[in-house]
Design a protein around this ligand. Structure first.
Ligand code: ARG
Length: 480
């Protein structure tokens, strides 16, 4: 049976009330589903409603809506929010996205006034506003979880300023370090992550609303007022840019990728350290699983999964960059694809950071095994060279002398501290009994690195103190 254009138009108006006027046939059911985003953008219903309330409030303040209309809109939106939160809202795929679902429901409830809400606005500036509001909240909660993890690291570090482990370069024993010093390296990485998020928050916290579809609007709007109502620091200055810009999301995903890269490096160390070959630390059982076949296994699942999940967050960053690179100004439907990679990055780092915030302070280092490992591998060889330099030997010569002493140690399977004074004196008669206390003990080695950034326990304690202050200075509590 064939349908006349008029019959089709009726059906189109039924399915797409928001733009039925121009269309002569209904949106194909597959296309409706294919172009819809409500399945995933309903997650920012709260921001959408907050944005609409602010918009209506501003419109009333400039006389575009009456106060009664504003109040009806606000009341209607608040009821809708309550229903969404109670799980009673019927999300309709034919209404495409969160914006149209909420607006259609509002109109159903309050009639023609509901249709006035979209005055001077477009979904283009609406969605840009919603994502910024949503991301701003997520940045705040990510910062809070990061802070928890940073505090956990400092707490563990406080207990181990005198615990000595081998420090590595090329994964070969290099020089002894304190375990706290190693933990504080993690702390520094994560503190930069917080700084990056705070910086990205500044550029996220700008208001696109008022840009309308792309060129602005003919109504006498007050964008500064809308910005103030929503807690934005400023308005986006160019309407074309405002509806098309997703830099803030890319910046966030870049910061998220760096967070994952850091967590993945930490994971790699934990996986090595918990192996039977290292045995430097134990991860409490509650963070691990066993094997269904090998009874002895206790697998470091949490760090392994975190290391594995870094890939998807790097991918999320690449998705957003690729999404944007070919787009002419201003808004294009491509931008609907911004949400899933952003949400995925948000969700993934949240889970990983929460797992780490719980796990890190619960780590149990095997102090004796770490110390034993630091005693192997000639970790104090540089200290012996420095000892000779302090007695007047040029560093390159000292390096040569110690190299020979190490060769003897290798041949005799002994650490430098296990060679006798006579054996050491074969290589330089400047070596005296004090070498054992001043250069060849692990404690002497770490304590000698006594400057800011060094591994000496005294320095590490001071760094921990500063760490607490630095976290406090960095962190901005959530606005909402
Ligand atoms: N769902 C859309 C998005 O996520 C909202 C904006 C649609 N604008 C438009 N002109 N089709 O980007």
């Amino acid at each position: 049976m064939t349908t006349s254009p008029d019959q089709k138009k009726t059906s189109s108006q039924h399915t797409s009330g928001m733009w039925g006027g121009r269309f002569t046939e209904a949106t194909d059911a597959f296309v409706a589903e294919f172009t819809a985003s409500v399945q995933f953008d309903q997650r920012f219903y709260k921001q959408d409603i907050a944005g609409s309330i602010a918009h209506a409030t501003m419109l009333a303040s400039v006389g575009v809506l009456t106060e009664a209309e504003r109040d009806d809109i606000i009341q209607g939106l608040n009821t809708i929010q309550t229903e969404i939160e109670a799980g009673q809202f019927n999300w309709r795929i034919d209404l495409e996205d969160v914006h149209m679902n909420i607006e259609a429901e509002l109109t159903k409830r309050i009639g023609i006034t509901g249709k006035k809400l979209h005055t001077g606005r477009s979904r283009n500036d609406q969605v840009a506003t919603d994502i910024r509001l949503y991301l701003r909240d997520e940045i705040d909660s990510t910062l809070a979880t990061l802070k928890q993890l940073q505090m956990g690291i400092l707490t563990l570090a406080e207990q181990h300023t005198h615990t000595i482990m081998p420090g590595f370069t090329h994964l070969q024993t290099a020089q002894p370090v304190t375990f706290s010093h190693h933990l504080l390296a993690w702390f520094e990485m994560l503190l930069r992550d917080s700084e990056r998020l705070q910086d990205c928050r500044k550029r996220t916290n700008r208001l696109p609303l008022g840009s309308a579809a792309l060129a602005g609007t003919t109504y006498p709007i007050n964008r500064a007022y809308t910005a103030q109502l929503l807690g934005f620091e400023a308005v986006c200055e160019n309407s074309l840019d405002a509806v098309s810009d997703r830099d803030f999301a890319i910046e966030f995903n870049a910061a998220a990728a760096l967070i994952m890269m850091h967590l993945s490096r930490m994971s790699e160390e934990l996986i090595l350290w918990t192996s039977a070959q290292f045995k430097f630390v134990q991860i409490p059982d509650r963070f691990c699983t066993g094997s269904s076949i090998m009874p002895q296994k206790k697998n470091p699942d949490v760090p392994e999964l975190v290391r594995g999940k870094s890939g998807r967050v790097f991918g999320d960053l690449m998705s957003l960059l690729t999404l944007m690179k070919g787009q002419p100004l201003a808004y294009n439907k491509d931008n609907q694809e911004d949400k899933e990679p952003l949400f995925d990055a948000i969700d993934t780092i949240r889970g990983c950071l929460m797992a780490f915030a719980d796990m890190i302070p619960a780590l149990v280092p095997n102090i004796d095994i770490m110390r034993e490992a630091a005693l192997r591998g000639f970790s104090t060889a540089t200290d012996l060279a420095d000892y000779l330099v302090k007695k007047g030997v040029a560093f390159r010569d000292a390096h040569e002398i110690v190299g020979k002493a190490v060769a003897l140690g290798v041949a005799e399977d002994k650490d430098l501290s296990e060679l006798t004074l006579e054996q050491l004196q074969q290589f330089s008669n400047l070596i005296t009994q004090d070498v054992f206390d001043k250069a060849l003990t692990l404690e002497a080695s770490v304590s000698a690195r006594d400057h800011i950034g060094g591994t000496a326990p005294k320095q590490v304690k001071a760094a921990i103190e500063r760490g607490y202050v630095r976290i406090e200075n960095l962190y901005t509590p959530a606005i909402s």
